[in-house]
Design a protein around this ligand. Structure first.
Ligand code: SF4
Length: 268
């Protein structure tokens, strides 16, 4: 893994991520190296090689964040996982959280149970939520799509531990691939200890050619459902019915447009 250390000029960047106003990225690049990662477009600006082979570490962010306040929700992180393996050694996310104004409204998203290390800090924030990305991919699909991420089982266990510690949590069911994602199973396994849910259908456009080719070749029906407007609408309708039956708190279902960078949020 190629580690690039640099100093950032700013801490918070405005964002269009649903429900958030700002984003903070202490890392750029991600060791988890998911095949569908939407953030791989960052390789255009950071030309250090193949996505997943490098991580930029913004070393000065814990100092830069001191005394800074922004109004509106801050989302951590959009072009990396704040608890990817290197965090265990560098503790950059931990140092950042330590120095951050605790009145900042913060939403953290990760695929790693390493997040549990920082429960003591989460408890100091006035308004904080921690999300774990969950999907019900089989182990063989996980090996292709999320080769270096902790398993879905570990993420679900992390949601439970957050709940037991009084930290508001959410399950980010994403990326949903019709035919490969079992929503009923995820809800069954998480609803007893999950405060709320966000859902997101796979963004085919952002997922990259390698992923699209893999999906088209191995799961043509899933590919068709994600690439035709009428089929997407049917899928969202069925999902809405299911979520209503399950009667769980859902903030929304995010569906990306096929040919633009915009998206719709469907409320339940
Ligand atoms: S964990 Fe998130 S940021 Fe990291 S490679 Fe996977 S999708 Fe990308």
């Amino acid at each position: 893994m190629h580690i690039i250390r640099l100093n950032a000029k700013s801490v918070f960047t405005s964002t269009k991520i649903p429900g958030a106003r700002w984003v903070i990225n202490q890392y750029v690049g991600c060791e988890h190296n998911c095949l569908y990662c939407y953030a791989k477009f960052m390789s255009k600006w950071y030309q250090f090689g193949r996505w997943g082979s490098w991580v930029v570490v913004k070393e000065n962010l814990p100092e830069l964040v001191k005394g800074r306040h922004v109004d509106g929700k801050v989302y951590m992180s959009s072009v990396s996982d704040p608890y990817q393996p290197i965090e265990r050694k560098l503790k950059l996310t931990r140092r950042l959280l330590k120095n951050m104004d605790k009145s900042i409204e913060l939403s953290i998203l990760t695929k790693s149970p390493l997040v549990l290390r920082d429960v003591d800090l989460f408890k100091r924030f006035e308004d904080l939520e921690v999300g774990l990305t969950v999907n019900s991919f089989s182990r063989s699909i996980e090996k292709v799509l999320e080769p270096l991420s902790p398993s879905s089982r570990e993420r679900i266990d992390a949601l439970r531990v957050l709940h037991e510690n009084g930290v508001r949590n959410y399950a980010f069911i994403s990326p949903i691939i019709p035919g490969l994602t079992d929503l009923r199973l995820i809800i069954e396994e998480t609803k007893d200890f999950t405060d709320f849910y966000w859902l997101e259908l796979m963004n085919l456009k952002a997922s990259g050619k390698e992923f699209r080719d893999w999906l088209r070749r191995n799961h043509p029906e899933s590919y068709l459902t994600l690439s035709e407007k009428d089929r997407i609408e049917d899928y969202v309708k069925d999902t809405t019915t299911l979520l209503r039956e399950e009667n769980i708190p859902v903030k929304g279902i995010c569906v990306h447009h096929l040919r633009s960078r915009s998206f719709n949020i469907y409320r339940i």
